[in-house]
Design a protein around this ligand. Structure first.
Ligand SMILES: Nc1nc2c(ncn2[C@@H]2O[C@H](COP(=O)(O)OP(=O)(O)OP(=O)(O)O)[C@@H](O)[C@H]2O)c(=O)[nH]1
Ligand SMILES: C=C(OP(=O)(O)O)C(=O)O
Length: 297
């Protein structure tokens, strides 16, 4: 699926009520500014995703509407004003009047989201058995960050507490890919710290004072040179076999990520020791193409 065929529907709560569990996470930053920055970075990454033809934001908040509208998203007023799932169903109606759209509901609290990881997840959602809804669970595995549906199949969103189980029970199929920046939704201060380790988008990074570590941090397009998007996903060496030159990295979110000999060969390193910290470089599909020491450029 090379072409941009997805419509991403992004629900956004009124800023004054949004992200209540995050309130006070950055004491020097007004809460609504932080909530808006999360939205701006999520929508920015979705707009930069090559698989996405349109980003449709459903919101009743004028400031959100102005910010995402200026960035290039289509804004649909949250007329039902009856919560997240009602907002999504309303957005779907606005998006899918021709009945031919592939739809992806995306939460707006993913400030580390990389366009390439979203593209990889949408690619996975668009292949395999037909007529099936798919979802990507959040990092803890209990919530949902992405729910997709092919043309003609109702989205039937069941976001909210325990939504991963609810989506599974409703017949949606979980997508198992390694997409840490997509799975890292930010509900709490600890989640924000985790997202910062993955590499924040420009709006949230500016508020937190985090300086992007990797070159090209501000270029939100997918990279084709094997460099990671963002401030560099890192992990530690869990296993390494010097004979086959392959091993497994343990990412900071607990995910195990195998790497092939070619990724080690591209590192320029002569050996790896267990527990060693490495920066992981992936291609747009999330495959590891190179590992380097965090101090290497
Ligand atoms: N349009 C719209 N979006 C909503 C509504 N409630 C939640 N959302 C959005 O749904 C997504 C997931 O919601 P949550 O992660 O629970 O975010 P939240 O409700 O702002 O956070 P908390 O106040 O901490 O529960 C976020 O993008 C929210 O902005 C709503 O009533 N209307
Ligand atoms: C909205 C959701 O939950 P949370 O508020 O935990 O992000 C969800 O995961 O469906």
């Amino acid at each position: 699926m090379g072409q941009a065929r997805w419509v991403a529907v992004v629900p956004v709560k009124r800023l004054r009520a949004a992200k209540s569990r995050l309130r006070g996470a950055l004491p020097a930053v007004p809460h609504e500014e932080l909530a808006l920055a999360l939205v701006a970075d999520t929508v920015g990454a979705a707009l930069a995703c090559p698989a996405v033809a349109e980003v449709l934001v459903v919101t009743a908040d004028p400031q959100v509407a102005a910010t995402v509208g200026a960035a290039g998203a289509r804004v649909v007023p949250d007329h039902p004003d009856a919560g997240l799932n009602a907002a999504l169903r309303h957005g779907v109606q606005a998006a899918a009047d021709d009945g031919r759209s592939w739809l992806a509901a995306l939460t707006a609290d993913l400030p580390a989201l990389r366009p390439a990881e979203l593209a990889a997840a949408l690619h996975a959602a668009g292949t395999g058995p037909t007529g099936v809804r798919r979802f990507v669970a959040d990092a803890p595995g209990t919530g949902t960050v992405l729910l997709t549906t092919p043309p003609g199949v109702p989205l039937a969103p069941r976001f909210g507490a325990g939504s991963a189980a609810a989506h599974l029970a409703s017949g949606a199929v979980p997508l198992p890919g390694v997409w840490p920046s997509l799975r890292r939704d930010v509900d709490t201060a600890a989640d924000l710290a985790d997202a910062a380790r993955l590499g924040l988008g420009p709006a949230t990074a500016a508020l937190t004072g985090v300086v992007p570590a990797a070159p090209g941090r501000t270029g939100r397009g997918p990279r084709t040179d094997g460099q990671v998007y963002g401030a560099g996903m890192q992990g530690t060496v869990a296993t390494f076999d010097a004979q086959s030159r392959t091993g497994v990295l343990l990412l900071d979110d607990g995910t195990e990520l195998p790497f092939p000999a070619s990724a080690f060969d591209a590192s320029g390193l002569r050996l790896l020791r267990l527990g060693q910290r490495l920066t992981v470089h992936t291609d747009p599909d999330g495959a590891v193409v190179r590992v380097t020491l965090p101090t290497m450029v």
